[in-house]
Design a protein around this ligand. Structure first.
Ligand SMILES: Cc1ncc(COP(=O)(O)O)c(C=O)c1O
Length: 450
């Protein structure tokens, strides 16, 4: 299969023109927003969406949303996991409304928090839990605890990981394997090489070399990488990761924020991992800001022994609104009534169909592409082989082609996760939605290579 770049650019222009024609109200709102918002958007990265301006949303429910121009979309982005439950799940909405009428934030607990703690223990197998508002903060707090207990300064991450805006994680390896600040790392307080070691995922030898110096407080890892395509661990990688972290006295922090797509207890329960810390945010409160981090009894005891109660409010682990009553109520309802075994059964089986649909088009057109799946998440990649690590995956990125595939889908009522080709499926997504995606994906490919 071949396509030429000039044709791709021409097609992109055509899709851009169609996008403008069908999103005139969004365009007008974007012009209006520019008068008060930097870049015309609430968060700067929103200008990176396919299309030269963002779509403004009118309303969302289940697996769909409608924009201000009246266009309806099947949402396979689902807030990049934040709305993996489907938009506005009934049980969560009910809990939010009831709690809002009884108080939103007090800096004191309501008893619901105990049920949430017990549910987190049951799901993820760790005994002690704390709350934050974002997965970024959950990671930051776990790292602070790990550094405090071990007295070590360094952390280790995998090349091209993403764990939110955690300073230590913005480091990557160049083509020669030399670490440096990740491209466009904005104003780091210090060079991340001072704080962080970085090795490739699935590279056990490099991991051992890095840990053997005995200066790494924690490894922060997604158990399956999801932010540079889906990269599965080699069959024995997690065994080595656990063995080596224990051998060198390094804590293992598993970030389940995206890999909760694997099942109710994330990849940790599926693969029987034994992390010292587990962090998660995004979908656990149905889209209301909430995150948690859990840890072992050993960690809890070691931390307790160091903690100074009188100054614990200024120790760098905190957040006035963390653990607020609204987040807790939303989390309780979402975990106990929405993200259930049944949710996963339905969403994963539909994701299998989605992946088969993409695969059938890849085979039909002999495309040198692959599609990978983890639970109810899948991702296609313009590369003939599954990358084993972040470096390989990053080398295969094709931003222009990404942009075309996204815009083509968007113009036909499909939203994919921006910046890569990821699709999430909720229990509200239907088989017809999945088949529609397969047809649109096929049309995009046929248009590109005809
Ligand atoms: C694995 C992982 N951890 C943490 C985060 C940070 O989440 P948030 O931006 O909600 O803090 C992300 C965001 O994409 C993520 O993918």
């Amino acid at each position: 299969m071949t396509f030429n770049r000039e044709k791709l650019q021409l097609l992109l222009q055509q899709e851009e023109a169609l996008f403008h024609k069908n999103h005139q109200r969004s365009f007008a709102l974007y012009q209006e927003a520019k008068k008060s918002l930097f870049g015309g958007v609430p968060m700067l990265w929103m200008i990176r969406w396919a299309g030269s301006f963002p779509i403004f949303v009118e309303k969302a429910g289940g697996a769909r949303f409608t924009d201000v121009d009246g266009n309806e979309y099947i949402d396979f982005c689902l807030g990049d996991t934040g709305a993996m439950t489907g938009h506005a799940p009934a049980a969560t909405i009910r809990a939010i409304a009831e709690q809002a009428a009884k108080g939103i934030t007090l800096m004191l607990p309501y008893k619901d928090v105990i049920e949430v703690g017990v549910e987190l223990q049951r799901r993820f197998g760790l005994p002690k839990w704390q709350f934050a508002l974002t997965a970024t903060d959950a990671n930051r707090f776990a790292l602070r605890m790990a550094r405090t207990i071990t007295g070590r300064q360094k952390v280790l991450v995998f090349n091209y990981c993403y764990h939110g805006s955690v300073d230590e994680a913005f480091i990557s390896l160049d083509e020669e394997g030399t670490p440096g600040p990740r491209k466009n790392n904005l104003g780091p307080s210090i060079d991340p090489r001072e704080t962080t070691k970085v090795v490739e995922f699935n590279d056990v030898a490099a991991l051992e070399t890095a840990l053997s110096a005995g200066d790494v407080a924690a490894v922060l890892a997604e158990p399956v990488m999801t932010n540079i395509g889906i990269i599965h661990p080699d069959p024995d990688f997690h065994e080595w990761l656990r063995k080596l972290t224990r051998k060198y006295g390094t804590y293992l922090i598993i970030d389940e924020t995206h890999t909760i797509c694997a099942g109710p207890g994330g990849y940790t329960m599926q693969a029987n991992l034994q992390p010292d810390f587990l962090t998660i945010g995004k979908p656990i409160a149905g889209g209301v800001p909430a995150a948690v981090y859990g840890f072992s009894d050993d960690v809890a005891n070691a931390f307790e022994a160091i903690l100074d109660r009188d100054t614990s409010d200024v120790g760098g682990i905190g957040g006035t609104l963390a653990g607020n009553a609204l987040s807790i109520a939303a989390m309780k309802a979402t975990l106990t009534e929405v993200l259930t075994e049944d949710f996963y059964k339905k969403a994963i089986s539909l994701q299998e169909k989605f992946t088969q649909g993409v695969e059938s088009v890849i085979v039909e057109f002999s495309l040198p592409w692959i599609v990978k799946r983890l639970g109810n998440r899948s991702e296609y990649w313009f590369h003939p082989r599954a990358p084993r690590n972040g470096g390989e995956a990053a080398a295969a990125e094709d931003h222009e082609l990404d942009r075309f595939m996204h815009l083509y889908a968007l113009n036909r009522g499909i939203l994919l996760t921006p910046f890569h080709n990821m699709a999430l499926i909720s229990a509200d997504t239907t088989e017809a939605d999945v088949n529609y995606h397969t047809n649109v994906f096929r049309d995009a490919v046929a248009t590109l290579i005809s």
